[in-house]
Design a protein around this ligand. Structure first.
Ligand code: GDP
Ligand code: MG
Length: 163
């Protein structure tokens, strides 16, 4: 089992909520990487009979913009190095932020596929607002609610389609 999905995105967009949902539904094991770091979590998920690794990156806490910049760079490099596909998560409730734009700039240079995932699309009004994220210029875009699970099936279908 060597296929890996990395979830990246600025703090509070819902990465861990989505990660936990994927694992909880698929009865997978979550484990902190031994001692070294708390900045990412690894798990195993299963979808329509396919099993793959999932990395939840960016457990960093609020700091100065400099800290963010550095952490974001690190996160993106981890994702690009270790993953076969990168989920770039953003927040429909918040709209596009500077940090989203910074991450988008880095991820657009990735040779690995990037799925832009607009989270917190909990209702129809949010869906309409969420269309602003098309402007980030990613070819693959998904609208999900990690809390209700809506849209997550289509996203996972697209993930396993790459395996
Ligand atoms: P992370 O920092 O990116 O890992 O974000 P978290 O998973 O910790 O979530 C940040 C906040 O967003 C929490 O209060 C979550 O409950 C909330 N959240 C996550 N997903 C959704 C969603 O689909 N809809 C709404 N309304 N809130 C969400
Ligand atoms: Mg988190």
């Amino acid at each position: 089992m060597s296929f890996t999905v990395a979830i990246t995105g600025r703090p509070n967009v819902g990465k861990s909520t989505f990660f936990n949902r994927m694992l909880e539904q698929r009865k997978a094991i979550v484990d902190d990487v031994s001692g070294v770091t708390r900045d990412r979590q690894y798990g195993v998920a299963e979808w329509i009979g396919r099993t793959f690794n999932v990395i939840d990156t960016g457990g960093f806490v609020a700091g100065s913009d400099d800290v963010f910049e550095k952490e974001i760079r690190k996160q993106v490099h981890i994702a690009i190095d270790e993953a076969n596909v990168i989920i770039f998560m953003v927040d429909a409730a918040a709209g596009i932020t500077n940090l989203d734009e910074n991450m988008a700039d880095l991820l657009r240079r990735s040779t690995k596929p990037v799925y832009l995932v607009v989270n917190k699309v909990d209702n129809h009004a949010r869906m309409l607002e969420a269309s602003e994220f098309y402007s980030l210029g990613f070819e693959h875009i998904f609208f999900v609610s990690s809390i209700s699970g809506s849209g997550t099936g289509d996203l996972l279908d697209a993930v396993v389609a790459l395996m």
